[in-house]
Design a protein around this ligand. Structure first.
Ligand code: AGP
Length: 670
């Protein structure tokens, strides 16, 4: 959770920080803050701000830190922009943060960046330092004063404590700014050959930390330098060189925050230390040895990370669903109709040995996994267990080398899913990650990865990534079936043909948004919703209810329709709205019997039904029409009107659909 950004070098550092924070807001918006490093100036009026470093002699060789923070919920970034009007005119480097509170309530004092006792070290952090209490006690005993309730502030003080030690062991590498600048130009474009003092201090801090983190630090003793590190939490580094001497380096929690700002992107490994100076980046390992960072090929464009004319990201992302599916299918089917999964680093031979599949995931990704269970069992005739990642982690699943564990996570950073797949690997199982983010933590930890190609998703509610997951998992099911020789080639061909038609059919469902909006408007005052479905319609019902809960804040329960009579039907009364997934599967008759049960108890019924299905329409108060496809592919289409229903209701209620209360896009805490 939380988003971090850092920029050094070039013009417009403040503007870059604020713009990127806007793109990172989906990761949390309890507060926002920035720290800027500006050249030390004898006139303190030039650097007035909420916190500045003292004008002691050391800083005359260095820089001054200026910090601004705002904790006004979804208005935090706007408030920060106002505060930023008082920022120093000149900046050498800056770091920024948008927060989803874990340690310490949302407040200005808990907002990042956090400073050390001298106000010369500033830190932003995403993740959780699990042993922060113990570290804080130690620091307090040494005389440090902590101002906040956060785990992050501990990091600033730990760096402060290690700086003195690092300075003495890094004598050879310049302790004066003038010296390091000349060395920089001679040896590495902007960095001296050996790691700097701040990098050395951070390297000493890392082994003392337990938990997950991506953090960035500035120290006024090394102006224009940002030092960063990560463990588990995501961190991407970028550089931009304009060829006019305006080079800069950047870091962020995700790639979209840097799109249009960097032209090269690099990955940082766990516990590596990365130093950024204008236009250059140096990565070093635990012993200070230099590491060549691997470069990322980024195909996403800036347009993909912006709203592109839509009112909000959710609506833009729903409308990108046909493309997301088409891109996810791209290249998976060869000209002769056979399937290929070239990004899967598990051999076909190993996949043939698989005798059991586990799917682990959270939230919408879990709902996609539920559909995969039906598809894999039906097509590949393999037993599939599915579990919520936070439960799987703490039970004792029976896994061995012939078990395939499929971790489904659009972000690839969800801590529960990540830990679940790590536990599975330790048990000897083969792990396949289904992720939308290239080189995400889960993708890197897995034996193989099947990427969904939905592009960046900013809205907190998963939409296009969910559909892309469904399609990727259906392709996986067909691939396993092909390897195991279960399906006749003609049957596989027919199914592949139906998969290829999905983008067009989803587009048809999206084009009916206005009709869904009219139905939503009729139920604006409804408070209780039941979502029912059978077979793959049940996960669709779960996903429809989840969408409604997260963005409309309305009570919505989802059940397998056949389960209703075992208790929940007691809640049905006049005024209850039942949304049923009644597209044509072999259980349609049974589904309609369940619909009759709720109708006879006074419920109002809205059905998702296939075009032209008058028998469904005759039983419903309202129909959300969808085109028909193969029953196992139907969730891809049937969920679309439910996404739209939740979206329109949320807007009618005046909610911010992109940033629902209490939620963050990526849940990197337990
Ligand atoms: C979906 O709308 C949610 N925001 C949430 O349930 C999400 O699907 C879940 O947190 C899992 O995220 P992941 O796919 O990034 O692992």
């Amino acid at each position: 959770m939380c988003g971090i950004i850092g920029v050094t070098g070039g013009e417009g550092i403040l503007e870059t920080l604020l713009d990127s924070l806007g793109r990172l807001e989906y990761r949390g918006y309890d507060s926002a803050g920035i720290a800027l490093e500006s050249p030390w100036h004898p006139d303190p009026g030039r650097t007035s701000g909420e916190a500045t470093a003292g004008d002691d002699r050391a800083d005359r060789l260095g820089a001054t830190l200026w910090r601004a923070r705002a904790a006004e919920g979804t208005a935090s970034l706007q408030a920060l922009k106002k505060l930023a009007q008082a920022a120093p005119l000149e900046a050498l480097a800056g770091i920024g943060h948008t927060r989803w509170a874990t340690h310490g309530r949302p407040s200005e004092v808990n907002a990042h960046p956090h400073l050390d006792c001298t106000a010369r070290v500033a830190v932003v952090h995403n993740g959780i330092v699990e042993n922060c209490r113990e570290l804080a006690d130690h620091l307090l005993a040494e005389g440090h004063e902590l101002a906040s309730e956060t785990d992050t502030e501990v990091l600033a003080h730990l760096v402060e404590a290690e700086l003195a030690q690092a300075q003495s062991t890094s004598q050879a590498q310049s302790t004066s700014q003038a010296q390091s600048t000349s060395q920089a130009q001679a040896e590495d474009g902007g960095l001296p050959a050996a790691p700097g003092v701040l990098a050395e201090a951070l390297r000493r801090v890392l082994p003392r930390l337990e938990g997950s983190f991506a953090l960035a630090v500035m120290w006024s003793g090394e102006p224009g330098r940002i030092v960063a590190a990560r463990r588990v939490s995501p961190l991407v580094v970028g550089t931009e060189s304009t060829g006019t001497g305006q080079s800069r380096s950047l870091l962020a929690s995700d790639i979209p925050a840097l799109l249009g700002k960097a032209d090269r992107f690099f990955v940082v490994g766990d516990d590596e230390v990365v130093e950024l100076a204008a236009g250059c980046v140096r990565v070093s390992g635990a012993g200070g040895e230099r590491i060549d960072p691997s470069e990322l090929e980024v195909n996403w464009d800036l347009e993909a990370a912006q709203k592109g004319g839509f009112d909000d990201f959710m609506s833009k992302e729903m409308h990108e669903q046909p493309q997301a599916i088409a891109d996810t299918l791209l290249g998976r089917v060869l000209g002769d109709g056979t399937l290929t999964l070239d990004e899967v680093r598990i051999s076909d031979e190993e996949l043939r040995q698989v005798d059991k599949v586990f799917v682990v995931a959270c939230g919408s990704s879990y709902h996609a996994g539920l559909v995969a269970k039906y598809a894999i069992e039906h097509w590949a005739r393999l037993p599939v267990e599915i579990d919520i990642a936070s439960e799987f982690r703490y039970r004792d699943p029976v896994l061995d080398q012939s078990t395939l564990v499929v971790g489904v996570s659009q972000s690839g950073e969800t801590l529960d899913t990540l830990q679940a797949v790590l536990a599975a690997r330790r048990s000897g199982a083969k792990v396949l990650a289904v992720s939308n983010v290239v080189d995400s933590s889960m993708a890197r930890q897995a034996d193989g990865v099947l990427y969904t190609r939905a592009g960046p998703e900013v809205g907190v509610a998963a939409t296009k990534t969910y559909l892309a997951q469904l399609v990727a998992l259906q392709v996986l099911a067909l691939y396993l079936a092909q390897l195991r020789g279960i399906l006749y080639p003609a049957e596989t061909d027919r199914l592949l043909g139906e998969l290829a038609e999905l983008p067009g059919l989803v587009q048809v469902a999206l084009d009916r948004s206005d009709a869904v909006a009219r139905v939503a408007a009729r139920y604006e005052g409804t408070k209780d919703f039941f979502f029912l479905g059978r077979h793959v319609g049940f996960p669709v019902a779960l996903e429809g209810a989840l969408k409604l809960k997260e963005i409309s804040y309305l009570r919505a329960e989802a059940y397998p329709a056949g389960e209703l009579k075992h208790g929940p039907i007691a809640l049905i009364e006049p005024g209850t709205l039942v949304v049923g997934v009644a597209t044509r599967t072999r259980l349609w008759e049974k589904m309609m019997a369940n619909v009759a049960e709720v109708k006879s108890r006074g419920a109002t019924v809205v059905l998702v039904a296939n075009d032209g299905d008058e028998r469904s329409a005759a039983e419903a108060d309202e129909v959300l029409w969808v085109p028909r496809t193969h029953p196992l592919l139907a969730p891809v289409i049937d969920v679309v009107p439910l996404q739209l229903f939740a979206y329109h209701l949320a807007r009618l209620h005046g909610h911010d659909v992109d940033r629902p209360r209490n939620l963050a896009k990526t849940v990197t805490v337990e």
